[in-house]
Unconditional design. Structure first.
Ligand SMILES: NC(=O)c1ccc[n+]([C@@H]2O[C@H](COP(=O)([O-])OP(=O)(O)OC[C@H]3O[C@@H](n4cnc5c(N)ncnc54)[C@H](OP(=O)(O)O)[C@@H]3O)[C@@H](O)[C@H]2O)c1
Length: 295
């Protein structure tokens, strides 16, 4: 298959490219070749290249800045996949849309299932939820769509929480990290693997389980993850001593965007369909940090 990976320079896109099965031909255009904020650029690229499948990892992911840059966030996260969908519909290509726990409001206190009501509380969440809704309308009836929601993506590179906290452990004696937002991390390696598994079972999944959830297993706060990052980094000799991590409440850590207080995704259905068990978050965090230590 000819597969277009958008956002290939991002943390998930990069992991997807690294795990590409040999039989596929991959297109991973730069932002100059395919600008997701430009409808004409999206239209021209897809019409010219006609990929059999698009893995849409490209996104406006700065959750706070999105509150100020609503239009650009909507253009990249909602209009671009919609443009793809309209063209894919014509010639029969498929779309794997990467989405997020931020489509939910976090008011639940048990894990979100695939068909639970979406109610985003940020512009970023709104842009991703709206994309899901529009894509469903165009591509679901013909089984050309699979949505994969994940949460708290961490990998060894990119502008993510793990990389930031690791640097803070190296440079500060004390950190303050939010302890009342609850969810689960996901690793870029693991989510990339699931993308390829889903693609290999496209016909069944697009028909029977077109919305999927995938994260690590277990439950944690950002505070728990920050402590673990310090301890594991010390074990792998990336640090002499971790910084002291102090818990703080969301209300005392001001950000432009609201974030769901509870955003655990229930991955059971996807786990059954793919016959794969989610990896425990601390083990996956250790695997990522060991890769950082060995490079
Ligand atoms: N990060 C998380 O915690 C998280 C959680 C749940 C779901 N997700 C979803 O997972 C997917 C991958 O996220 P990620 O963390 O890998 O994102 P990321 O590291 O921030 O990468 C975003 C990618 O999108 C590209 N991009 C942004 N604007 C573009 C534009 N106008 N034209 C072309 N490319 C553009 C970036 O290209 P440049 O390198 O040129 O900027 C980059 O390759 C996204 O759909 C995101 O919504 C993320």
């Amino acid at each position: 298959m000819k597969i277009l990976v958008t956002g290939a320079s991002g943390q998930l896109g990069h992991a997807i490219i690294l795990q590409k099965p040999k039989q596929h031909q991959i297109l991973c255009p730069s932002r100059n070749e395919l600008d997701l904020s430009d409808e004409l650029s999206c239209k021209k690229y897809i019409e010219f290249n006609k990929p059999d499948l698009i893995i849409n990892c490209g996104a406006y992911t700065n959750v706070d800045l999105a509150e100020k840059e609503k239009e650009i966030c909507l253009a990249i996260n909602t209009s671009a996949p919609l443009t793809f969908a309209k063209i894919l519909k014509d010639y029969g290509g498929n779309l794997l849309q990467i989405s997020t726990d931020y489509v939910f409001d976090g008011k639940q206190n048990f894990a979100y299932k695939e068909n639970d009501k979406k109610n985003p509380i940020s512009q970023y969440g709104y842009s991703k939820a709206k994309a899901e809704e529009l894509l469903e309308k165009f591509l679901k009836p013909t089984n050309q769509l699979i949505i994969l929601r994940t949460s708290w993506l961490l990998g060894p590179t990119g502008n993510n929480f793990l990389v930031k906290i690791l640097n803070l452990h190296k440079t500060k004696k004390e950190l303050f990290v939010v302890s009342d937002q609850i969810g689960t991390m996901s690793s870029t390696f693991d989510v990339a693997k699931i993308c390829w598994e889903i693609i290999s079972k496209w016909n069944y999944i697009s028909e029977h389980n077109y919305i999927n959830h995938w994260t690590c297993s277990g439950i944690s706060s950002w505070y728990d993850i920050a402590i673990n990052i310090g301890d594991i980094a010390q074990k792998y000799k990336i640090l002499d001593y971790p910084a002291k991590v102090n818990p703080i409440k969301t209300e005392n850590y001001s950000t432009l965007a609201k974030r769901p207080i509870f955003s655990l995704l229930d991955c059971e259905k996807t786990s059954i369909v793919l016959d794969i068990i989610c990896k425990y978050w601390q083990h996956e965090l250790e695997m990522i940090i060991s890769k950082i230590a060995n490079r």
